[in-house]
Design a protein around this ligand. Structure first.
Ligand code: UD1
Ligand code: PEP
Length: 423
């Protein structure tokens, strides 16, 4: 298997362009199943997860064409299968997002249960609660969830937690339901708004996306649309942290500053300077940052998807910081790997106490999940000697050309193919 090798790097300098958002494009690709006409998506990040959801769409009968590296065309007029198999869903949990569109379009869907992953058990009860409220009959068995409905009827659904995936799945099922659906305590993430915008471009009638109450008036059919995916706020945040850690001066280009508010506020609190410049954010830092306390929360709170990267940054802060993870019950897998690099962290339940160090040391480490992997690369940029990150398939799920983009900023980083993978 390939690995990413990082060596202590000079302060990063230059411009890095952020790709389209993974967490937007996955539900948007699932939503393209709702249209009987061609959909074109622009700024699609060329990622492993995108390949997987495209495989799922193809297996359902959609015709998916890559026009170029960042543009995809989907024709879903001949969907002839309503089952997403275990082999695909196990590769990526977000495959479960085809359930809502399939149920709306075909009146039935059979999807392998996604199961948990390194960051938590990640149940799907809220998705199912929403489908049931719309009149679907749900059966579970043999590792599959089956949903059936002769007709979906609009309904009022209160989510116990503002789940991103449940909000998306329910929204996609409700667009073709009869009458009005209201989702209360809905997730407010920018990716929800991006999906709602795409659905509205396809003919849906959705109001309130981006707030905690989303109203969907069902329509008879969905048409084709062309849509540009929003920039990836987590990828942007990761490069902002890279600039901050190395005392660099970097323009992180193609960002939506509004989506990065909690990240910008936290970096400023740590004495990192940030200025808006065109469509980008200039990040300037020098010396070790000030410590800070972080609590992850649903948007507009501090994103759990930036927790691991900030932990890497706090590990070199001048003092003690506390990080509380409230969204996922097990999102501290990176801690034991960071410790191998000399980071001083204690875990107490859902809190991590980090004593900032003057010096970290490179080590062989493994990426336990996507953002954990990013955090290890970031720590590697400021560690003495060589850091070798293995299990990089996790990183490749969500970062486009991470080593090339960082190298473009002057980082000492490269991908090393192992003997085995060269055979
Ligand atoms: C592909 C994608 O967009 N992934 C993002 C999405 O994941 P995802 O959509 O899976 O995250 P959710 O918002 O649904 O999960 C948040 C919390 O709710 C719980 N929960 C969720 C659904 C449910 O039916 N029951 C339940 O209890 C989960 O276990 C978790 O503890 O939002 C997360 C929270 O911002 C991000 O970290 C992920 O990067
Ligand atoms: C947790 C993440 O993604 P997923 O929901 O696809 O696992 C992430 O993007 O950090």
């Amino acid at each position: 298997m390939a690995k990413i090798v990082v060596e202590k790097s000079q302060p990063l300098k230059g411009t890095v362009r952020v790709s389209g958002a993974k967490n937007s494009v996955l539900p948007i690709l699932a939503a393209s199943l709702l249209a009987t006409e061609k959909c074109i998506l622009e700024d699609v990040p060329p990622l492993r997860d995108v390949d997987v959801i495209c495989e799922v769409l193809t297996s359902l009968g959609a015709d998916v064409k890559r026009i170029n590296r960042e543009q995809i065309e989907i024709m879903s007029n001949q969907i002839d299968n309503f089952e997403a198999p275990y082999e695909l869903v196990r590769k990526m949990r977000a495959s479960f997002l085809v359930m809502g569109p399939l149920l709306a379009r075909m009146g039935k869907a059979r999807i392998s249960m996604p199961g948990g992953c390194a960051i938590g058990t990640r149940p799907i009860d809220l998705h199912l609660k929403g489908f049931k409220a719309l009149g679907a009959e749900i059966t579970l068995g043999h590792g599959f969830v089956e949903a059936k409905a002769d007709k979906l009827i609009g309904s009022k659904i209160y989510l116990d937690f503002p789940s991103v995936g449940a909000t998306e799945n329910i929204m996609m099922a409700a667009v073709l339901a009869e009458g009005q659906t209201i989702i209360e305590n809905a997730a407010e993430e920018p990716e929800i708004t991006d999906l709602a915008n795409f659905l509205n471009e396809m003919g849906a009638q959705i109001k309130g996306a981006g707030t905690d109450t989303i109203k969907i008036m069902g329509v008879e059919k969905m048409v084709g649309a062309t849509h540009t995916v929003i920039p990836d706020r987590v990828e942007a945040g990761t490069y902002m942290v890279a600039a901050a850690m190395t005392g660099g001066n970097v323009l992180v280009d193609n960002v939506e500053a509004e989506h990065l508010k909690p990240v910008i506020a936290k970096l400023r609190e740590m004495d990192v300077e940030i200025f808006e410049e065109g469509n980008g954010l200039r990040v300037i830092a020098s010396g070790r940052p000030k410590p800070a306390d972080i609590k992850t929360l649903p948007y507009p709170g501090f994103p759990t998807d930036m927790q691991a990267q900030f932990m890497a940054l706090l590990s070199i802060a001048k003092g003690t910081s506390v990080v509380i993870e409230t969204v996922f019950e097990n999102r501290f897998m990176h801690v034991s790997e960071l410790k191998r690099m000399g980071v001083d962290i204690k875990i107490e339940g859902r809190s991590a106490i980090i004593e900032g160090q003057e010096k970290l040391t490179g080590a062989p480490v493994k990426a336990t999940d996507l953002r954990a992997g990013a955090a290890l690369i970031l720590a590697g940029l400021v560690s003495e000697g060589r850091t070798e990150v293995t299990n990089i398939e996790h990183i490749e799920r969500g970062y486009v050309d991470i080593e090339k983009k960082l190298r473009g900023l002057g980082a000492n980083i490269y991908r090393e193919e192992s003997q085995d993978s060269q055979k």
